[in-house]
Write a protein that binds this ligand. Sequence first.
Ligand SMILES: C[S@@+](CC[C@H](N)C(=O)[O-])C[C@H]1O[C@@H](n2cnc3c(N)ncnc32)[C@H](O)[C@@H]1O
Length: 320
Amino acid sequence: MPDPTEPATDPDVPTEAWSGVHRGPLRAGEWVRLVDAKGRRHNFALEPGKRFFSNRGHLEHDEMIGREEGFTVTASSGGEYLVFRPLLSEFVVSMPRGAAVVYPKDAAQIVAQCDVFPGADVVEAGVGSGALTCSLLRAVGPHGSVRSFERREEFADVARRNVEQFFGGEHPAWTLSLGDLAEALPASGLRCDRLILDMLAPWECLDAAADALRPGGIVCAYVATTTQLSRFTETVRVHGGFTEPHAWESLVRDWHVEGLAVRPGHSMIGHTAFLVTARRMAPGERAPRTKRRPAPGAYGPDYTGPRPEGVVVDGGDTGS
Ligand SMILES: C[S@@+](CC[C@H](N)C(=O)[O-])C[C@H]1O[C@@H](n2cnc3c(N)ncnc32)[C@H](O)[C@@H]1O
């Protein structure tokens, strides 16, 4: 019979899973996340003999090393902190940033709606701070591949540090290349199942994406503004080698639940970015065009973007 007064000793998550997660007692070198009563967060790596200082006093790292996560510690001036290992969703919003990150709610949408599966070959650009990269690597696992492209060296350096910190080393499925995707992807000769574009002008990379994607593969753009959303979507239509693009965004609202006071939270992240996906047709195949007439004025004289072939506008057909 196990002794109920002794803590259970669970085996650690297998190293070869490359999850970035550990079980069991906290070890020296691991990152922890301390949260105080006001929700203020502090993330740091545990080091024997080191002290953590805050405005609520100090704490010895040695008090935390060797304990099972999920405990409360009290600093020298009485401040209480909850101690856990950071989750991936917590890590990416607190890690050092070179560029804006894909928020966890959107990374979850990308992984689910783009059906990123274990063993998949994924290409992404730009790598930015490496936030989405971590979710993609988690989803493809060690038997898939994530090929990240970034045109700014300083961002690539930040991303490399973040991804290696999260996974505790060089993930075997990851390669990071410097360069503009529009040129670097064709030059690489890579083929992929999923291609994620998080950049200012994803339409400039669509031809390269189409050539690299396998039939049935998915292209996905993550764009912050409606003008980018429109231009990318219309460029996909004009290309012709994809299914009708699907555009959406996700809104997440917290709720306050306390006795009879059950109501939406007062604040929410109102806007992060829009997502657009489309599936790659087989070579030479075209998806049937939508039979629906565009909304009145949709492609009228004020519209200056890419014009899908054969679109019917008020009073005539502007397409070829
Ligand atoms: C918003 S950030 C990407 C954030 C990243 N997905 C994350 O979750 O941390 C956009 C990045 O795309 C890079 N970029 C823009 N156009 C690019 C291109 N054509 N090829 C490669 N990288 C590009 C920029 O340098 C920038 O680092």
